[in-house]
Design a protein around this ligand. Structure first.
Ligand SMILES: [Zn+2]
Length: 469
């Protein structure tokens, strides 16, 4: 309890700085691998706090590592800061109103994620200095979580090889642990090339790249019946070849995103999708090239770390909410569908659901459940880190109950007091978990043993093609 209190005090003393940093990142929503301002803000803040910062790591311009201390144990705190396209939204409003029409916005709350993790790293550092605790704390600035998978590149580059434990969190609508598996994924652009021609006067001279895209999609849609039920295949036509129906489309592109519980299953499905592309090209007399888009490994749960993190989630004081917070949350919830609100209660026990139904803000921690056998039908590049280091993440309350991620409601709430409180709360929980682990080497030993057991002899391999640097 003593160290949790000390860490909370450090974060409370510096909270003005953390809130300003999070709001600054919120104000400059930047997409994957373009997070120049956001990463600058975080690097400058790290340097100001006395961290040694290495920029441009793993060959990524917006990836960086801030380090403090020396030797073992090495604790990694993961931070993200990328935004989403098309989700521009003014803060604090309870209706949709973009700052910039068609612009980007922090629809997944990564302004909070990056800053909450930074707050944790600062608190760990200050506590280490105060108590002369041995070890190293590193803040990993991880770009492109939404698309591009920065952490997959950082893991492939060996940046986590000497790390003992990795911790992170995600803004949510209630506190909880993320001790579950996720789907591995792989995404690529299929760029077809044909030959343009007058669609009426000389169609026989043309070869349509758009036809190839359409036939590829038809082929993949027939594949669905013959793939494992847990797999997912999504596509988006990113280039239809123009807007003139009287021109045979010479270029067209479709992006495929393939997911499955295991990396081998993803690889197998990808090769079948690739074969379908070959068939589509053959049928249409076109050619195609493939451009790698992103990949993430499945997430490996870790119950040893989950138990420690849960304990800290309950030990650290929950934020308090005033009438203004409550009124804002109520208004936001009036913009959500019943379906959104219902989905917030999924997987929770009846007692907790009942309590949450009486609230607009989740000011309680649901009881601990072992969810390590669950596989969530999403993907995260934290998965790659979790293959080489015991990794755990939690969520805290940053948004009104039922707020779905990737919506304007998240952006609107992301620079408001409820979100700030949740971010600081997350910083305290991560810092407390890190200190507990650093002070009890046996926990690290057990967490590593669990990881080895779960991997069952399998080694980490990256799905990023060797040709992609
Ligand atoms: Zn996110």
């Amino acid at each position: 309890m003593q160290f949790q209190q000390a860490l909370s005090t450090i974060i409370e003393q510096k909270k003005g700085k953390f809130i300003a940093l999070s709001d600054n990142i919120w104000n400059v929503p930047e997409l994957h691998f373009q997070e120049y301002k956001s990463s600058d803000y975080l690097c400058e803040a790290l340097e100001e706090e006395g961290f040694q910062v290495e920029r441009n790591v793993a060959g990524l311009k917006t990836a960086f590592v801030g380090s403090y201390g020396t030797g073992k144990p090495v604790v990694a705190i993961l931070g993200e800061f990328d935004a989403l396209a098309g989700l521009s939204q003014k803060k604090g409003l309870t209706h949709n109103d973009p700052v910039v029409e068609g612009g980007s916005g922090h629809g997944c709350g990564h302004n909070l994620l990056g800053t909450g993790s930074f707050a944790a790293a600062v608190a760990i550092k200050d506590y280490m200095a105060l108590t002369k605790l041995e070890g190293t704390v590193r803040f990993y600035g991880c770009p492109a979580e939404e698309s591009g998978s920065g952490k997959a590149f950082m893991t492939r580059a060996g940046l986590f090889d000497d790390v003992d434990v990795a911790l992170s969190w995600h803004p949510g609508d209630k506190p909880g642990l993320m001790n579950f598996g996720s789907l591995a994924n792989y995404s690529a652009r299929f760029q077809f090339k044909g030959k343009s021609a007058h669609a009426s006067a000389a169609p026989h001279l043309g070869r349509s790249a758009l036809d190839a895209v359409e036939l590829m999609n038809v082929g993949v849609n027939y594949l669905r019946e013959h793939m494992i039920p847990d797999a997912r295949v999504h596509y988006a036509v990113s280039d239809t070849g123009g807007v003139s129906p009287n021109v045979v489309q010479a270029n067209a592109e479709v992006i495929y995103l393939i997911r499955a519980p295991e990396k081998e299953q993803v690889k197998d499905l990808y090769s079948r999708v690739y074969d379908i592309a070959k068939g589509a090209a053959l049928m249409t007399g076109t050619t195609f090239e493939v451009e790698f888009e992103g990949t993430a490994s499945n997430l490996i749960p870790n119950t040893v770390l989950a138990d420690v993190m849960y304990e800290n989630l309950t030990e650290v004081d929950l934020p308090l909410y005033d009438d203004v917070d409550q009124a804002f949350a109520k208004e936001i919830r009036s913009t959500l569908s019943q379906e959104d609100i219902k989905s917030a209660y999924e997987g929770l026990d009846k007692k907790t659901v009942k309590k949450l139904q009486e609230r607009d803000i989740a000011d309680l921690v649901p009881p601990h459940r072992d969810t390590s056998e669950l596989i969530l039908p999403g993907s995260t590049d934290v998965g790659d880190v979790s293959w080489v280091v015991p990794t755990m993440q939690c969520t805290t309350t940053c948004f009104a109950i039922g707020t779905p991620l990737h919506t304007w409601q998240v952006v609107s709430q992301g620079a408001m007091p409820i979100a700030h409180k949740g971010m600081l709360h997350a910083g305290k929980v991560l810092a407390s978990t890190a200190i507990e682990v650093m002070e009890k080497p046996d926990l690290i030993k057990r967490a590593k043993a669990e990881l080895l057991e779960r991997l069952d002899g399998e080694q980490y391999t990256s799905l990023i093609p060797d040709s992609v640097i």
